[in-house]
Design a protein around this ligand. Structure first.
Ligand code: YH5
Length: 280
């Protein structure tokens, strides 16, 4: 299984890939402006790569529970210069852009992004068209509601069936519009309109997502499914995050999206050795 990236590059998914999170929201790089934030972002990328990241995921919209929408110009100003300079420094590095806005997708791809990572599964105006034209891989994520209010009263009859059905339906829409089936990634969307119990039902059922034949991305790093279960603040969630990543890999997830690359890379190596043997 491999994704086709621009400029004839490929991303092989026969071994789990680690996606490193690079937030370029003002709360993460707190000068609000260009230069300090830019340099800090590049240092963080360098460190994530040294620690074993395979993909860097760059996002400028806070989609944490309760977060407000970001306007287009702010998101562009945060994300595009950073992607542009990362691409100049690392010509072959797989870069994904975490956005729902068509303009951000288009400009990000123009400056070198390789993958669209959309928590709204290409449902915003023109997003599907941009993705079709770009021919890049797309990660379709499930979310119930919108970030501002999604954790107020998450409700499902059968969370696993409903999330799977949503992703399958979005995949069919994408394929009908011209996206290649082999370029679609599924993501159950941990924490996006899900209760604690819903999140663990989805993790438990990860194999069902893998059995669809689409590559699966799992993003649980530092989320409240860890904090709530363990009663840990964000800064104390590393062990829980590693446990979640390990379980996802054992159940077949191909891409794991995390903050803590070095520690998660070790855990993934253990999981891979267990699954495929130490010599494989
Ligand atoms: C995801 O799961 N998540 S942004 C709240 C936290 C910690 C982390 C402290 N983008 C995903 O990372 N893209 C985000 O509590 C994503 N899958 C994909 N594909 C939210 C996030 C976070 C939120």
């Amino acid at each position: 299984m491999q994704l086709q990236l621009p400029r004839n590059r490929r991303l092989d998914l026969s071994r789990t890939k680690l996606m490193g999170i690079l937030n370029v929201t003002p709360d993460s790089f707190s000068d609000g402006g260009q230069f300090i934030g830019q340099a800090a972002a590049l240092r963080q990328v360098q460190q994530m790569l040294a620690n074993g990241a395979d993909i860097i995921d760059i996002g400028g919209e806070s989609t944490r529970p309760g977060a407000k929408d970001v306007n287009l110009d702010d998101e562009l100003a945060r994300v595009i210069p950073v992607i542009h300079s990362i691409r100049q420094l690392y010509p072959d590095l797989p870069i994904s852009v975490d956005t729902s806005k068509a303009r951000v997708m288009a400009e990000a791809i123009a400056v070198g992004a390789d993958i669209i990572n959309d928590v709204r599964a290409l449902q915003e105006p023109e997003a599907l068209e941009v993705a079709v034209a770009a021919k890049v891989p797309v990660c379709l994520m499930h979310m119930q509601g919108q970030p501002r209010s999604m954790q107020h009263q998450p409700s499902y009859q059968q969370v696993v069936q409903e999330v799977l059905a949503f992703l399958q339906q979005r995949a069919e829409v994408c394929i009908a519009a011209g996206i290649a089936r082999q370029q679609i990634i599924f993501d159950p969307g941990f924490g996006f309109g899900k209760s604690l119990a819903h999140n663990y039902e989805l993790l438990s059922a990860m194999s069902q997502f893998v059995e669809t034949g689409y590559p699966v991305l799992a993003g649980m790093s530092r989320k409240s499914m860890i904090g709530q279960l363990l009663n840990r603040d964000v800064a104390e969630r590393l062990a829980g995050s590693i446990a979640c990543a390990t379980i996802a890999v054992m159940k077949g997830a191909q891409i794991i999206r995390v903050h803590d690359i070095k520690e998660t890379a070790d855990a993934i190596k253990i999981a891979q050795a267990t699954k495929f043997g130490v010599n494989a």
